[in-house]
Write a protein that binds this ligand. Structure first.
Ligand code: GLU
Length: 302
């Protein structure tokens, strides 16, 4: 099987340094194995996705030297495929309609979940179906540990019933949920490795479970440490000057790649370099599990 990586951005804004970091490492990981790297535009949220952001994103990737193989896949064009697999889950009797509102969910939040996540308590699991009332669809999760070996963080074990609860696979407005379609697309596109930020670590057991229900072999998951500023906070739009629009005004592509490669432990200084030039020495073993902070002096626009 050809090693196959992918980048799966949501076109809801301009790419920022953190997105570029994921794209670069995912590209290096796949290409260093002689594999292919695919691009999937995750434009499933009709309210937030814009074609202009997708266009800009592809222009930014090309400018950076992160070229993808084949044509980009647009999730917005794949509804019929998703419908088929959604029906497969429904036919197994492991889904149910959920009528809860956001306010209902917040009101039932377990006090021990201090990080703001709501573990769905199963409120609608045993309700009678109410035809004509708009409902999201949830997938019933098993009360057992799901274990996988993350390519960077090692063995992870998560009990979805305790940490997530039954999760949404289709929204109340009919839009497909990320956790369902990401699994279908990764499987149908032949993705063998998923490289992404460790903020999505808890998504992996959910996606492994969906894959198992649909009879797919899950890809290998490799999560990345998140870029932080000097105060130890995750880099965000607040840090200004970090989106590709601003970065491109003040820096060359090799300068941006050079800084990211340095933060990733792939070179000893932030000297300008291209993705191609990083390939021969790329190794996951060189990448730390906690990154040094991005310093203001690294990028004059910060
Ligand atoms: N569209 C998701 C995001 O941009 C993709 C996450 C993933 O790589 O699975 O966060």
């Amino acid at each position: 099987m050809t090693p196959t990586g992918r980048f799966a951005p949501s076109p809801t804004g301009r790419m920022h340094l953190g997105n570029v970091f994921s794209a670069l490492l995912s590209w290096l990981s796949a290409k260093s194995k002689g594999g292919q790297w695919l691009l999937r535009i995750e434009d499933i949220d009709p309210g937030r996705s814009r074609q202009c952001f997708a266009d800009q994103l592809m222009d930014d990737l090309e400018w950076l030297g992160l070229t993808w193989d084949g044509k980009p896949v647009y999730q917005s064009e794949r509804s019929e495929i998703y419908e088929h697999y959604f029906e497969m889950l429904r036919a197994q009797g492991i889904t149910y309609p959920c009528y809860c509102t956001r306010a209902d969910l917040l009101a039932t939040q377990a006090p021990h979940e201090s990080d703001g996540r709501v573990v769905y308590p199963g409120t609608c699991r045993h309700l009678k179906e109410q035809p004509n009332k708009p409902a999201a669809t949830r997938l019933i999760v098993p009360d057992r540990d799901i274990t996988f070996v993350d390519g960077h963080y090692g063995t992870q074990s998560v009990n979805l019933a305790h940490h997530v609860g039954d999760f949404i696979i289709r929204r109340k407005d009919g839009a497909w949920a990320y956790q369902l379609v990401v699994v279908i697309d990764d499987a149908l596109m032949g993705v063998t490795e998923v490289v992404r930020g460790c903020d999505l670590l808890l998504s992996s057991p959910q996606q492994m479970y969906v894959a198992q229900c649909l009879g797919f072999t899950p890809p290998q998951f490799i999560h990345l440490p998140l870029l932080c500023n000097e105060q130890g906070q995750r880099l965000s739009k607040r840090d200004g000057g970090l989106d590709m629009g601003a970065l491109r005004q003040h820096h060359t592509a090799p300068e941006i790649i050079g800084l990211l490669a340095h933060l990733a432990g792939l070179q000893s200084s932030p000297a300008p370099i291209t993705p191609e030039e990083l390939l021969p020495t790329f190794s996951w073993n060189r990448i730390p599990t906690v990154l040094p902070p991005v310093k203001e002096s690294d990028l004059p626009t910060l």
